[in-house]
Design a protein. Sequence first.
Length: 517
Amino acid sequence: MVTSKCHSSPTSAWTGRSAGAPAPPTSTTDTPLPPNPEGQRTPAFQGGPRTQRCAEITQSEQEEASRGKQGEVTPGLSQVEYALRRHKLMTLIQKEARDQSGTDQAVVLLSNPTFYMSNDIPYVFHQDNNFLYLCGFQEPDSILVLQSLPGKELPAHKAMLFVPRRDPSRELWDGPRSGADGAVALTGVDEAFPLEEFKHLVPKLKAETSTVWYDWSKPSHAQLHLDFMKPVTEAKAGSRNRVRAVRQLIQRLRLIKSPSEIALMQAAGRLTSQAFVETMFASKAPVDEAFLYAKFEFECRARGADILAYPPVVAGGNRSNTLHYVKNNQIIKDGELVLLDGGCETSGYVSDITRTWPVNGRFSAAQAELYEAVLDVQKACLALCRPGKSLEDIYNHMLALIGQKLQELRALSSHRANGTIKAARKYCPHHVGHYLGMDVHDTPDISRSLPLQPGMVVTIEPGIYVPEGDCDVSERFRGLGVRIEDDVVVTEGSPLILSADCPKEMHHVERICDRGS
């Protein structure tokens, strides 16, 4: 895309017992809590043995997290992997907080709410990705807190979830909820409490915590912010203690994928590639863009995708020159190209692939020239996806190559031919790519000038777009738009192409389309 459940035991992550074995009865707290004046439990902030165990991630547990041998919180990701993420975040906070006078640190993340399509008809719930990244909890109206431990240095901490109470009347409509005990059992956090008990933590956050790490400028859950966190941010504004945004620290972690994450993204890339093949196969001129849209979504869902990653672009003919064309409701005529930019989400990770092909199964001479030019540029850019290079470096290389290709094709009129970089920016007005992961345009606060590192996943998506009314370009190319996009894992060696199963060589594309005619 172009850019400008099963529950496991809470102890299974820390012992050798299998996730499916019966668990002994457990409490959501390590020691009994004294009642508060209202007769309700107050969240404990002293770390018990399980808290200390959680904060001390061993090498063997890191290896087990990568192999996925522990009980899974979300498909392919274990309790230990989520605990390791929290540990890494608190390590980053330890470095950021070195020069501060106080040592008490707290991270607060809000889940997404339920969004409604019409009155009381909800959209399918989709969790806030930073919240999801740190605990794997897939329910709305919840709060995750990572609290430093008195007398212990970071990254030692306690992880707590505050979740809605179970309500049989609501579960009749919305399905079962985990409740506090279920949240601990599923995620492996140290403790969980009913959501309303978060109010007992607010005074501590206001007065005692040196720094509250919380994204106040754009809260993911407006009502929880108003109810609980707005008073905290207002109180901190008038004190020496601070509220600092945590978003970018989490994005720094999300930028580098673990082996388990890469495996999930490989699965997403593989099934999306298969969906592209079936959609190419189903193309017969003339064809409705809506049909290709429906075919692509069906093939993704039939192969195990949870949802599409974003509204796909299915653009025939000159409409391919509208970069975010998503109406997808026109007829693609015989002899026209279709540009399909689509991806899916599976187990929380997404794909993002673009292919361009002739709906009648045969590239015309001009279409073939432009297509091969873009393909050559894309292959050259893919080869640059290695440690030390940046997306900005690759973008500049792409512009130079596109300018060169426009000259070789004699596409530009004579008075335009000298400004090749300027022409390249005009006919490819978007960047060469973006980071990819849980979001399509993942980790948006991370600069594209950052040198690539092993474990980063990026897209490479050069294109050339010639509107049909552009008189500065040779007439034979007018109305053509071509983009080719792949998903790439940066490694120590050659880049790993997650979308390698999606055909892009011209003869392969024609062969698939020809089978359908």
